[in-house]
Every structure is written in C-alpha cells, then in structure tokens.
Design a protein around this ligand. Structure first.
Ligand SMILES: [Zn+2]
Length: 421
C-alpha cells in the first residue's frame, strides 16, 4: 500500500459516519453502505450469535434467580465496550451506546429469566442444527439478538443522535410479573425511554398490543380431619372443586379474545383425610381492560359462591368448622393497545419490509405491556429463526437458512428510531 493510500485509509477510519436527523426510512437506511455493512456483519457473524444463545441458555435463570446469567450478560456488555454498564436494584443488566445528542433514547431488551425451577437440566442439545434446551427460544434467542446487535453497532463507525440502551431484564415470566421492565420505567430509566423494544422468542412477528392478565392464588382453609371420623364438616377440596366447576363454564367474548384457566391445583395430605387446605392458581387474560375486569368479577363471584355453598352443604357443622377463603394476587399485567399507525409500529414494519417480509401484528403478554399500559411506545419483536415448545421441557430452536434476519431486523429498527427524531 502506498503512503498516500495508507493515509487516506486512516483518514476514512477517523471520520465517524453520522446518521442525521433527517427522518430516514428503514429502506433508505438499509441502502446506505455503512448500514449495509452492519447488516452484512450480522449475517457473517451468525455463528457467534448462535454461540451466545447456547452459552447463555446453559446458565440457569429460574424466576427471581437470574443473577448468574446476569453476571455473564454484564461481562459481555463490558467486553463490547458499552458505557455505563451496570446492574440495577432489581437485577436488570444495562449498557449504553451513547448518542451524539438531540435524539430519542431507544431501549432494546431481552429477558434473562426462564420459567424453569432450580435444578432443571439446562444443557442444550444440537442435533443437525436443531437446538433443544429449556428457554432456548424464550428468551435466550432475544438475549443473543440484543447482544449481537450491540456488537455489530459497536464494531461500526455509525453514530446516532439518540442513545441506545441495551438491557437484559429480569422478571418477564409469570411469577416475575414484569418486575424488571416495571423498574426500568418507574425508577432506573423513569421518564427517559422514548422507544422500548423487547426481543422475545422466535419467528418474524410483531407484538403491538398488550394482553393484560389477572392471576390469583385462591386458598380455601378449614379444620380438616379424618375422612371417616370427622365426616360432616366442610371440605376445602370440595369448595375448590365447586369453584373450578363454575369457572369452567364461564362464557367469555371471542373478540376481544378473553381467556381463563386454572393452571395449578394443590392441597391435601392423604386419601383418608379431609384436607385443611386446598388452593389453585387462576389465570385470566384479555386484550381489553374492560373485558378483563368483567371476567374478574365473574370469577370472584364464583369463588365466594363456592365457599358459601360448601359451608351450607353441612348445616350441622359448627361455625368453627366453616371454611375461609383467601385470594392472593400473583400478578396483574395491564392490557392496552396502540394504533397500528404509531411510529414505533410503523418503523418496525417498514424495517422488516426493507429486509424482505411483512410481519404480522399480534397481541400478547410481554415486557412491552408495561409501556403500552402507560400509553408509551413499546413493542415486542420476534428474534428470527423458528421453534416451538416455549415453557415446556422440549423447547427447540432452529436457525434455518435466514436466522440472521432477526438480528438484522432489531438493528435496522433501533438505528431507524435512534437516528431520526
Ligand atoms: Zn419470553
């Protein structure tokens, strides 16, 4: 290389490319050579992305015990040279890519937690490209997409006016009740997030509406006793059965989709005992806050009626033999929607179109429920590839011939939002 050429090369490297605040569409951005080269990097680094997905997945992350996976995620953020890398008060791992100023703040998040309890075998099997492992799609895929997006941006000279904040958040799954994302919006990044994107699961779809949920643990309690000797007193398991029978027959609207399920029942100590306690976990969901509230009222009535009916069934029982009922809230997630014309939804669709497909819009229960419930721009995108069996022991993921489209989508979306006002 001649001296002149060498100098030019150094000069070129020294000049950072700026995404200007000229409202470039995703298609326009994707046509720029500097952005194109980021997208190409994501494709050529696909094996690295998959490695991260597997490695993170083999670190257990039961609900409320995401620390070990969080430590690895934080180390990865530090290695990429993100700034202000930290773990917040609830365990969210956060790293920033500073903007040049004057642009919106965009959060790109994946969730650290799984539904699997401690002691679950989390080794990932790879059979001809099919990865089988607990949480491999939900949400090791999202974590890998966030990480590889950060890596590709860090390796590039492209700068954005807006700051991009990468997050591995805790508490997305049921028992976590979105506590990680709630904390981001209520405390850690309160008032600072202009756009929130969660990458959750597999496929190429887009969640823009929030399915709300009400979840309760219902417990009937009584004196209990010998099934033969104490016969004639109200039975908590029977009260529970009455409640379940009524709930099972409830009618709910098809549109907006509204659902209910008794997911867990427990109680009792032996076949020849009247249990002193029986309980269940009930889940109700709807896209509509009004439908959810109406269903909730019906379920509460069924619970009270079951208690009254079981106590009335045994008129000779003493008042002290009567059952009591407790209803504990397991989780309340806000329902809500934003129009398909909302900027974040449009840009996400346009980014996918620029890469070759039109994503389907759907409603789901994800970390984006938090911003959507607050009336703020938030969506959840799939992480690419395909798979099935989320929350089950046979969960699998296949990257297929174009798994890298997931990271490309996340990247183009984030650049489009952070690069324009
Ligand atoms: Zn998930």
């Amino acid at each position: 290389m001649s001296n002149l050429l060498r100098h030019s090369a150094v000069l070129l490297l020294g000049v950072a490319a700026f995404l200007t605040a000229g409202a470039q569409t995703p298609a326009q951005l994707a046509a720029r050579s500097d952005v194109r080269s980021i997208l190409d990097t994501l494709k050529s680094d696909n094996a690295w992305t998959l490695q991260q997905q597997v490695a993170l997945c083999e670190i257990p992350a039961p609900p409320f015990k995401e620390t070990a996976r969080g430590v690895a995620y934080k180390a990865a953020f530090e290695k990429l040279g993100l700034t202000n890398v930290r773990v917040d008060a609830v365990g969210n791992v956060i790293g920033e890519r500073r903007g040049t100023g004057g642009g919106p703040t965009v959060v790109l998040a994946g969730h650290l937690d799984t539904v699997f309890p401690e002691g679950t075998d989390v080794r990932v099997k790879n059979e001809n490209g099919r990865l089988t492992g607990r949480g491999i799609g939900d949400d090791c895929r999202g974590l890998a997409v966030v990480l590889t997006t950060a890596r590709a941006l860090q390796a590039s000279k492209v700068q954005t006016p807006g700051t991009i904040i990468f997050v591995g958040n805790v508490g997305e799954e049921g028992p976590g009740n979105l506590r990680g994302t709630r904390h981001l919006f209520d405390k850690e990044l309160a008032g600072k997030i202009d756009y929130f994107i969660s990458v959750d699961g597999v496929g190429d779809g887009l969640t823009s509406r929030a399915v709300g949920s009400h979840r309760y643990r219902v417990t009937y309690k009584g004196r209990g006793g010998h099934s033969y000797g104490a016969f004639g007193i109200p039975n908590p398991a029977h009260a529970l059965g009455r409640a379940i029978a009524t709930i099972a027959d409830l009618q709910v609207p098809v549109t907006p989709k509204t659902t209910f399920s008794v997911g867990i029942v427990r109680g009792g100590t032996s076949v020849n005992s009247i249990p002193f306690e029986a309980s269940m976990d009930v889940d109700m969901r709807s896209e509509s806050a009004a439908s959810l509230t109406a269903l909730d009222a019906q379920v509460q009535r069924a619970l009270r009626n079951a208690l009254a009916a079981e106590n009335a069934r045994w008129p000779k029982a003493k008042a002290t033999d009567h059952l009591t009922m407790g209803v504990d809230t397991v989780g309340i997630r806000p329902a809500g929607s934003q129009p398909d014309t909302a900027r974040i939804v449009r840009v996400a669709r346009d980014a996918a179109r620029a890469l070759g497909w039109t994503p389907e819009l759907s409603a789901s229960s994800t970390d984006a429920n938090v911003p959507i419930g607050m009336g703020l721009p938030g969506i959840t995108i799939d992480g690419g590839g395909r798979g099935d069996g989320a929350h089950g022991l046979d969960e699998w993921y296949e990257d297929g011939p174009k798994g890298w489209l997931g990271p490309q989508w996340a990247t183009l979306l984030v650049l489009s939002l952070a690069g324009t006002k």
